[in-house]
Design a binder for this molecule. Structure first.
Ligand code: ZN
Length: 412
């Protein structure tokens, strides 16, 4: 078998396409594979499939997978046919999408590296291309794969915001809590984000009236948006956010009190950690202070009782909450009183957990992956880039790119 025939096979070229010649440029470390169709070939019309003669052809060049250390390109004449019925049409070559700079296999590798968490800059170094071209491929393929994604049957959704950059730059994530995938990401964290989610859900075959449960923090903008756009859905206020609010109140009490109580110095984590995780020094301080009359110790006991609420039966929980509320609001600790009032105001959503049993633990996990990607990329320069990366990593998209790499072509 001669080299051209070998490459024809290795590239999976089928009639009428074949490799004409190979040009190695040792100095530039480049391999150009020239491909052409046999003279007199016909191609099926893209509209009706009728065999058509070639009308004209233009020379194109696609970046392919590296051949060992050689940057590899495929060069070919891309034909246009003339159909009796449909006129002049561009023929899509079998190895690349129309208009693409990369072959399908090269695109598949870029997407695969991206899904494995490599930044576009790192992928660009491997492929030998500028990262703007890598971004273009990722962005295009994510859009296309999302276009095929179906949200039919989505019933339980978690909503959370995450920061894109320092300052108040946010994106809001919507996740399918059953299939553990990000459905939608959008800029901002106002009530409009809910209306954009609803539109996107419908565009992907989802039924807003079937979404019966949302998990969220007590953000007024989210609540307002969901009440308007998903009026039939139940809202569950995420228990991690509830406990976080209470932890913040304990910390506020401690910060004020330690100005006059030296025993509280260096006790911050003593009150924020779970008891089982205390180190020996913290344990000693905790044992000495936990039953004291200090405001911080009282706030702490109020917190652990609130945590215990989540161990109650659905029938017992409202009663315990009433007792807890009385205690908290009579604590004379303003930060604690404030949290108690916030929870009372949102009580239906707090207690909804006893029926829905949903929380934003999944979103916390997804969010930590987003923040890790952000750190690798040293920040995202635009919301669009952040959104592309989130979809790439966390949406379980089907990219429908070729998987098998021809045996003669290596990616290293
Ligand atoms: Zn036709």
């Amino acid at each position: 078998m001669d080299t051209n025939a070998l490459f024809t096979q290795a590239l999976g070229m089928v009639n009428p396409w074949r490799v004409m010649d190979l040009q190695f440029d040792a100095d530039a470390k480049q391999l150009t594979i020239r491909v052409d169709f046999a003279p007199g070939s016909t191609f099926p019309c893209p509209s009706c499939g009728a065999p058509c003669k070639v009308h004209d052809a233009s020379r194109q060049r696609w970046r392919h997978l590296n051949f060992f250390e050689y940057l590899t390109f495929i060069e070919a004449r891309q034909p246009r046919t003339r159909c009796e019925t449909h006129g002049v049409k561009t023929i899509t070559v079998p190895w690349a999408r129309t208009g693409a700079d990369f072959t399908l296999l090269c695109e598949a590798m870029i997407v695969e590296l991206g899904r494995n968490g490599l930044t576009p800059t790192a992928i660009g170094r491997i492929v030998g291309e500028h990262d703007t071209r890598i971004w273009r491929v990722l962005s295009h393929d994510v859009d296309e794969a999302r276009g095929r994604a179906t949200f039919a049957g989505v019933e339980k959704v978690g909503v959370d915001e995450t920061s894109r950059a320092k300052g108040h730059v946010y994106v809001t994530l919507f996740a399918d809590l059953v299939k553990a995938r990000v459905l939608f990401v959008t800029e901002g964290k106002d009530h409009e984000t809910m209306s954009r989610f609803k539109q996107d859900l419908v565009a992907h075959g989802g039924d807003p009236s079937q979404v019966s449960e949302f998990s969220l923090d007590m953000s007024q903008a989210f609540i307002t948006g969901l009440r308007q756009k998903f009026p039939q859905a139940h809202l569950t206020f995420d228990k991690f956010h509830v406990i976080k609010l209470m932890n913040e109140a304990v910390d506020t009490v401690r910060r004020q009190e330690q100005k006059t109580e030296p025993d509280l110095k260096k006790s911050r984590y003593v009150w924020l950690k779970n008891e089982a995780n205390l180190k020996p020094r913290e344990r000693a301080q905790f044992d000495a202070l936990k039953d004291s009359t200090l405001g911080t110790a009282r706030a702490y006991r109020i917190k652990t009782t609130l945590q215990a609420l989540y161990d109650q039966s659905p029938e017992g929980a409202p009663t315990l909450f009433r007792l807890w509320y009385f205690w908290a609001t009579h604590s004379r600790l303003p930060a604690v009183v404030k949290v108690a009032k916030t929870l009372k105001q949102h009580l239906a959503g707090v207690l909804r957990w006893f029926d829905s049993r949903i929380n934003n633990g999944l979103l916390e996990g997804l969010n930590s992956l987003v923040q890790a990607a952000k750190a690798r990329a040293r920040g995202f320069r635009s919301a669009r880039k952040m959104i592309v990366v989130i979809y790439l990593l966390l949406s379980k998209l089907d990219f429908r790119l070729p998987k098998a790499l021809p045996s003669a072509i290596h990616t290293k």
